[in-house]
Ligand binder design. Sequence first.
Ligand SMILES: [Zn+2]
Ligand SMILES: [Zn+2]
Length: 534
Amino acid sequence: MSAESSGPQVQPSGGPRELLVDGVRVFHQTGPSKTRAVLFFGVGLQDESFETIGLTHLVEHLAMAQLPKTHLDANASVTVNHTAFYAHGRPDDVGAFLRRVCEALADLPLDHLAREKDVVAAEAGVGADLTTAAAWTARYGFAGAGLVATPGYGPLVHTEADVVSHLAAHFTAGRAALGVLGPLPEGLALPLPPGGLTTGPAPGTVSETAGAPAAVQAPRRFPRPRLGDGPEYVEGAPSPGVALLLDGFDPDDQAVRVAHTLLCERLEDLEREHQALVFSVVSETVDGPDGDVFTLAVDGPEEQAGDVARLVWEQLGDLAANGPTQAELDDVLQAYADQVDPTDDDVRESEPFRLAAETAIAVAAGRPGATPLARIAAGVAATTREDVRERLATAARRALLVLPGEASLPESAQRVAPIAERPWCPQAPELPPGRRLRPKLHRRLLGSCADRTLVLGVDSIAQQDEDGTVHAVRWDEVVGVVEVEGGPGVAVIGPDTCHVWVHPHSYGKAAHAEVLERLAPHAERMRRAVAGRR
Ligand SMILES: [Zn+2]
Ligand SMILES: [Zn+2]
């Protein structure tokens, strides 16, 4: 295997060729007589906010709704970090599909907005593993990938202006990449608006049917991670399983791929060897603020979750201290060699789509593009036991271990390496200054409402729970206000998932009204969400 990397235009040994069509990077691989094409955009749930959850999915539906009925095998999907439009069929039909999708995105008709909002609302959100989602939320709160764990306000609240703004910021030629296997459609055209990482509407891209200017702030693609001084664990997470989140990885470091796979394999081997253990391991990598984020989710019976979490921590600790055995490493390297063998038919046929997907995701994150297969192969093949040990040791210093429900991490886990507990959402050291409100005495005595204290401060709203813990949310950092149990009580939600409950029965109608007034734009979205559901 050669360590040489290929130039940007040509892939070695019969790999896909890259061309530019209407400003869109296209990766084309010759193949069977029919054409398979996937048009990727580097936009997904990660580009939304609590307020705008579902906008990308809505754009995808509105574009697909514009296509005439056809027998073409075509579909579309939205994930955490990308959106894809697929087609498979006669080259001309695939070419027509791609052109129509681009035309729809360039000037999206919004006459079906109400209908498509209902359709999107009826579908599940971005399909992600729930355990993985809980780990992302523990790291990022309700932002970026952490949004997978919440429905937000739902898609019914979105306005024409929201859709137009999201479209202009993200569905451009600069954010797109196309993979094609089989004949390249003749006269292929991808008439998308130009532009790359714009955060506001580009000139000429705003639809005629748009109403008021964009009301939605451009979301941060990479939210600030909640990091401790060292490795941390969280108990009581709203998660079905145990998760280990490791981050800060260089996306171009191939030894990292080996390290991740090795950790998964190690856990699966242990599960097979031990009759008493029953769990499944899934892993996912997304891009984060300071490198790739690797999440390993271990789902099994809840009564085993504490032991499983200790096992995960032990295995990470062992690999970080001693590295893998040579046999373990050889197994993983052999499996990888097969996955990146350019002479293998499966690899050859999936390569244009890997390149297009990774290009769209990389460009959205401000990186130049996908890593050539030859460089991955060379990097993986050169990985040593010490490389794996070093990568995992570095990552373990900021590892986050997430335990579900009632599970607790056995004390013996501390013998592997100290790991500190932290609460699911941050707790403030004390109540901030401000007006203090408590439920009326007779309600507290009757137990008809929780004995909490609400503080309406200058800078923040805060709550002290019955057990004394304090949760505070700055007014200017509130991500949403949602109705609780059919209203009129509401929860004010902070970026790190803190909830402050405000119910007129507990604190009086005046305080309730004051909070909604103070958070008027959020309260307005909440009312639209509620009205839409009824
Ligand atoms: Zn859908
Ligand atoms: Zn909190």
